[in-house]
Design a protein around this ligand. Structure first.
Ligand code: SF4
Ligand code: SF4
Length: 156
């Protein structure tokens, strides 16, 4: 089993800023430049409201639910107005979740163990770690991708 990233979303939210963004290395999200943080937030933090107010508030029709009820953002439509961020009754989204050019922030393709290590090393201890383990919902650790685990207190 190769090393995996373990990202503690709760601790990540507590950071003043996110120094580096991980970008998924392949599949349908590669071209869309979706950050790991965005994908994890919609998958695990979002409460998947039936009448998702975030979708209704978007002036650009950039949000929709996929077949699993997970909200997805079309980055080429999104104008980063943050209406969805502010209307979400659960504060699901971090204020800077969709920003791509915050000064000083780097983006890294997580396409090798070296990249995973560099990514983990950019964060304070225990926010992002490199681990040899699998998901375990009993510990609030879930698989996002084969080499990315997310720790999050899900609402269910
Ligand atoms: S309003 Fe918030 S919790 Fe509800 S679906 Fe949208 S992002 Fe998720
Ligand atoms: S930030 Fe993007 S996804 Fe959110 S409401 Fe504005 S345009 Fe829509």
């Amino acid at each position: 089993m190769g090393k995996k990233l373990l990202i503690d979303l709760d601790k990540l939210r507590d950071l003043k800023d996110t120094p580096i963004e991980g970008v998924f290395k392949g599949g349908v999200y590669a071209l869309a430049f979706k950050t790991i943080r965005e994908l994890a937030t919609f998958q695990f933090t979002c409460r998947k409201c039936e009448k998702a107010p975030c979708i209704g508030a978007c002036p650009a029709d950039a949000l929709e639910k996929d077949d699993h009820g997970i909200v997805r953002r079309a980055i080429y439509l999104c104008v980063r107005c943050k209406s969805c961020v502010y209307i979400c009754p659960f504060g699901t989204m971090m204020d800077n979740l969709f920003e791509v050019k915050t000064s000083g922030r780097r983006f890294i393709h997580l396409d090798s163990e070296k990249a995973l290590l560099e990514f983990a090393g950019s964060f304070p201890e225990n926010v992002v770690s490199l681990v040899d383990r699998d998901e375990n919902p009993a510990e609030n650790v879930y698989r996002l991708f084969d080499d990315v685990l997310i720790k999050e207190q899900t609402w269910q």
